[in-house]
Design a protein around this ligand. Structure first.
Ligand SMILES: Cc1ncc(COP(=O)(O)O)c(C=O)c1O
Length: 475
C-alpha cells in the first residue's frame, strides 16, 4: 500500500467511526459514569517510544470515543450546549484541513472575509451600526476583552505605562458568571473591586442597588469602570434589564459590557428578543455560538460599538514586522485580537448559518424555549417537585421536595437532591446539572440540544421522581 492509500483507508475508517458514534447515541447510555482509575485500567494512555502508525491512532480513537460523554445524546442536558450539527461539524473538519491562522488576510483570505461577514451580521442584529469585532476563545475571554476595552477607553496611556487597578471598580450581578472575577484579576482590578450587585427574586440585577453601589464607589474616591450586564445567567437563565442599566451607565460615564454568552441567540426570535431590550446601548458584548446555537466548541464572538478602541487595545506596535504589513492593516484581524495564532472558528458558524438562515435560528430558539416551558409545566404539575425560580429562558430550576407528607418535613433537601442527582447520573441515562440558588441545592436541566423532545422530558421527570421516592423509602 502506498502512503497515500494508507491515509485514505485511515480517513475512511475514521469516518465509519464518526457515523457509528452518531448513530449509537439513541438507545445507548449518555455516559459510562467512570472513575479515572476505571479509564486508566482500560486504556493505554501512555505514549509509545516507537510509533504505532495509523493503527495506533485508530485504536486511540476507539478508546477515546468509548470513554467520552455522548453530548449529542438526546438525554444530555447538563451544560449550556449539546447535540450535533452536521454543517458545523463539516466546518470544523474543513477548518482543520485548510489549516491556517487568522492573523493576516494573506494567510487566511476567505476565512477573514467569512469571519467579518459573521461579525457584521451579528453587529447588525445587536444594533451596532458601525460595530466590529473578532471571534475569541469563549465567553470568558470575551468578558475579559470587554473589560480591557473599558480600561483602555478610560486610561489609554495605561497600555504603555501600566495600570494600577486598585481604584477601579466593576459591577456585575450576584448571579453573573465566574469569568468576571477572572477578568478582574487579569486586568489588575482584583476580586475585591468586583461589586456583586444583588438581584431581584427572579435573578436579575437590581438597578436601585446598582446606583447605590456606584454612589459608594464614588464616596470612597474610587472610579466606576465597567458594568457587566448578563443576558442569560448560567444557573437561572435570568436577563438583567439592559435598557435601565444602560441609562445608569451612560449617566455615570461607565462602560457597559453585556455577557450574552448564553442568551445572545434570543435576538433571532421575534418572541424573545425583548429579553435583551436596549442591547444597542451597550459598548461591547460577547455572544457564544457554541452554546444555544449548537456550533461545536469553541465559537464565540466579541463585538464592540466603537471598533477603534478594540484596535487600540490589541495594539502590538510594529513589533511583528514579519507578519503584518501596513498595506493590509485594515484586513488583518490580528490587529483586533489578543491571540497571535488563532483557529478558523468562523467557518463552522458560517456553514451552520447558511444551513439555517436567521429563520432557522429563530425556530431553534423558540423551540427550545417551548420545550423548557413544557418541562416547567411538568414540574409544576408534579406534587413532589418544586420549581425554584421563575423560568425566563431555557433553564429550568427545580428540586425534589416531598415535604407535603408530615414524615418528610424533617428531610435535608440539599442532601437529598445532591444524592438524587448522583443516582440519576449513575443510571447513565441522563446528565443534568446540580447547582445552587442561594443556599438551596437545585437540579437544573437546560434545553440546548436539538435531540430533546417532549418524550425525553417526560422520561426525565418520571426518573427523577422515581429516584427521589426510592431515596425517601430507603431512609
Ligand atoms: C453567562 C455566562 N457567561 C460566560 C460564560 C463563559 O463562556 P465560555 O465557556 O464560552 O468561556 C458562561 C459559561 O457557561 C456563561 O454561562
Amino acid at each position: 500500500m502506498t502512503g497515500e492509500d494508507e491515509v485514505e483507508v485511515f480517513l475512511n475508517s475514521v469516518f465509519v467511526r464518526v457515523k457509528s458514534w452518531l448513530k449509537e447515541a439513541d438507545g445507548s447510555e449518555v455516559h459510562l459514569d467512570e472513575t479515572p482509575s476505571d479509564i486508566r485500567r482500560q486504556v493505554r494512555l501512555s505514549l509509545p517510544l516507537e510509533g504505532e502508525g495509523l493503527e495506533g491512532a485508530l485504536e486511540g480513537i476507539d478508546d477515546f470515543l468509548l470513554h467520552s460523554v455522548r453530548t449529542h445524546h438526546s438525554n444530555f442536558m447538563n451544560p449550556l450546549w449539546g447535540g450535533f450539527s452536521a454543517s458545523a461539524f463539516a466546518g470544523e473538519v474543513i477548518s482543520a484541513v485548510a489549516q491556517s491562522s487568522m492573523y493576516t488576510f494573506q494567510l487566511a483570505p476567505i476565512a477573514t472575509l467569512v469571519e467579518q461577514e459573521i461579525i457584521s451580521r451579528m453587529s447588525e442584529i445587536i444594533g451596532f451600526s458601525d460595530g466590529n469585532g473578532v471571534l475569541t476563545t469563549g465567553g470568558s475571554n470575551g468578558n475579559m476583552l470587554g473589560l480591557l476595552c473599558a480600561r483602555h477607553s478610560h486610561y489609554p496611556i495605561g497600555m504603555k505605562t501600566g495600570v494600577d487597578g486598585r481604584n477601579l471598580v466593576m459591577y456585575v450581578s450576584a448571579e453573573s458568571h465566574y469569568s468576571a472575577l477572572m477578568a478582574a484579576n487579569v486586568i489588575g482590578i482584583g476580586h475585591d473591586n468586583v461589586v456583586k450587585v444583588s438581584t431581584d427574586e427572579d435573578g436579575r440585577m437590581n438597578c436601585n442597588r446598582l446606583e447605590e453601589e456606584i454612589e459608594i464607589t464614588l464616596t470612597e474616591g474610587k472610579t466606576p469602570l465597567c458594568i457587566i450586564a448578563t443576558s442569560g445567567t448560567t444557573v437561572r437563565g435570568a436577563f438583567d434589564p439592559i435598557a435601565e442599566i444602560a441609562e445608569i451607565a451612560n449617566r455615570n460615564g461607565i462602560w457597559l459590557h453585556v455577557d450574552a454568552a448564553w442568551g445572545g441567540a434570543c435576538l433571532f426570535s421575534n418572541t424573545h428578543a425583548e429579553l435583551m431590550r436596549g442591547v444597542e446601548l451597550a459598548d461591547s458584548i460577547c455572544w457564544d455560538a457554541h452554546k444555544m446555537m449548537g456550533v461545536p466548541l469553541i465559537c464565540s464572538a466579541f463585538i464592540i460599538k466603537n471598533p477603534r478602541i478594540l484596535r487600540q487595545t490589541c495594539n502590538h506596535t510594529r513589533a511583528a514586522h514579519y507578519l503584518f504589513h501596513s498595506n493590509t492593516e485594515d484586513l488583518d484581524l490580528g490587529h483586533m485580537s489578543l491571540q497571535c495564532g488563532r483557529r478558523i472558528d468562523a467557518l463552522k458558524l458560517w456553514l451552520a448559518w447558511k444551513e439555517k438562515g436567521d429563520a432557522g435560528w429563530a425556530k431553534l430558539v423558540d423551540g427550545y424555549v417551548e420545550l423548557a416551558e413544557y418541562l416547567e409545566k411538568l414540574v409544576v404539575d408534579e406534587p413532589s417537585l418544586e420549581l425554584m425560580s421563575t423560568r425566563m429562558w431555557a433553564n429550568v430550576c427545580f428540586r425534589y421536595n416531598p415535604s407535603s407528607s408530615e414524615r418528610n418535613s424533617e428531610i435535608d433537601l440539599n442532601l437529598l437532591n445532591s444524592k438524587l442527582r448522583d443516582e440519576l447520573s449513575a443510571t447513565k441515562q441522563f446528565l443534568i446539572s446540580r447547582s445552587n440558588i442561594a443556599e438551596d441545592v437545585i437540579l437544573r436541566p437546560v434545553i440546548a440540544n436539538p435531540g430533546v423532545s417532549l418524550e425525553v422530558l417526560d422520561k426525565l421527570v418520571s426518573e427523577i421522581v422515581r429516584i427521589g421516592d426510592e431515596l425517601i423509602a430507603a431512609d
